[in-house]
Ligand binder design. Structure first.
Ligand SMILES: O=C(CCCC[C@@H]1SC[C@@H]2NC(=O)N[C@@H]21)Nc1ccc([N+](=O)[O-])cc1
Length: 123
């Protein structure tokens, strides 16, 4: 297996795109997330992401990142693993939690959605 570096452009099964900037020596990175879907009342805008990945010697790196939506009072966190078998395209297998702001604690029960996304490299 090859070392999986997250730097670059990725697209997921929903058509969302994300750019991950360089990953520093501690495995930290930042970038931007262009979601293709939203249940917010405002138009979609690119939103910042920050995260960190393991830089394991075996290359199958686990990572996490947070997206702070600029157009919605909500936050998403993604966790996942990069699979990069020799000769095959890299994919990111992720699970996410999406938390919207609710106006009262009794509504807390309905504030978090979860799901999965698969990302592949663009271009
Ligand atoms: O709509 C939003 C902000 C955009 C979320 C995009 C999600 S992140 C997980 C999944 N993977 C993607 O690529 N895109 C989707 N926030 C929001 C707005 C309203 C409510 N709500 O419950 O009303 C909940 C969340």
């Amino acid at each position: 297996t090859r070392q999986c570096n997250l730097t670059g452009w990725w697209k997921n099964d929903l058509g969302s795109k994300m750019y991950v900037s360089e990953v520093d020596s501690q495995g930290n990175f930042s970038g931007e997330y262009h979601t293709a879907v939203s249940s917010a009342q405002k138009p979609i805008e690119p939103s910042p992401l920050v995260g960190s990945q393991h830089l394991d010697e075996d290359g199958q790196c686990t990572f996490g990142f947070t997206v702070n939506w600029k157009f919605s009072d909500s936050t998403a966190v993604f966790v996942g693993q990069c699979f990069a078998e020799k000769g095959e395209e890299e994919i990111l297998q992720t699970s996410w939690l999406l938390r919207e702001k609710v106006d009262s604690q009794p509504n807390n029960w309905k504030a978090t959605r979860s799901g999965q996304n698969i990302f592949t490299r663009m271009g």
